[in-house]
Design a binder for this molecule. Structure first.
Ligand SMILES: [Fe+2]
Length: 195
């Protein structure tokens, strides 16, 4: 289930909202032009399903989004602990890549097939931390200042939609705000303690 926290963006950020209420989350995100949709999760995908199998399982929904939004390229990003010796290092490198505030000149659209990650959207003096879980499709409009935290133990599968396939470039703002806002591990631990 999606979980949203909203924080002020000052030197000592305050938490303004914590909610799992789908309607409240949708309404709050709508205020900043961010669309969150939900698709039913395909439960019978085999454990080691490949990219083609995953895309085939969600073909109807994927094709609908492509047709509506004009995307031309779709792929699947996967990071799961695999027990290999170099996993901790690979996980840390992957996490670091988009952990600081940046923008893109394309929308950032992700459908979480499995696992979770937090998109932090920094708009109008507030940071909206959207914990996306399996079934969530989040569209971050181009040029929105944001960052993404997959946590210290990355574990997710996500379908990604692009308008072109020439790579995914982040334009980093240099604002260290990501270091002041609770990270993935902190938010997920706080949520677990509440429930
Ligand atoms: Fe991004």
């Amino acid at each position: 289930m999606t979980y949203l926290t909203v924080h002020t963006d000052g030197a000592q950020p305050q938490t303004l909202l914590e909610t799992e209420d789908a309607a409240e989350i949708a309404a709050t995100l709508k205020e900043i032009d961010v669309v969150l949709r939900h698709w039913e999760v395909v439960e019978d995908l085999p454990e080691g399903a490949g990219q083609e199998e995953i895309l085939a399982a969600y073909r109807e929904q994927v094709d609908r989004v492509i047709a509506e939004e004009g995307y031309t390229f779709v792929d699947v990003a996967r990071l799961h602990p695999d027990g290999s010796a170099d996993w901790p290092e690979r996980a840390a490198v992957a996490r670091q890549k988009f952990l600081n505030e940046h923008t893109h000149d394309d929308d950032e659209v992700r459908y979480f097939v499995a696992g979770s990650g937090i998109f932090y959207l920094h708009v109008n003096g507030k940071v909206h931390a959207v914990l996306c879980e399996a079934g969530d499709l989040l569209s971050v409009p181009k040029n929105t200042t944001h960052w993404f935290d997959m946590g210290t133990r990355p574990d997710f599968t996500a379908i990604r939609f692009f308008h072109d396939d020439d790579g995914w470039i982040g334009d980093f703002t240099g604002d260290p705000i990501a270091q002041r806002i609770p990270d993935f591990d902190t938010i997920t631990a706080g949520r677990a303690a509440r429930t």
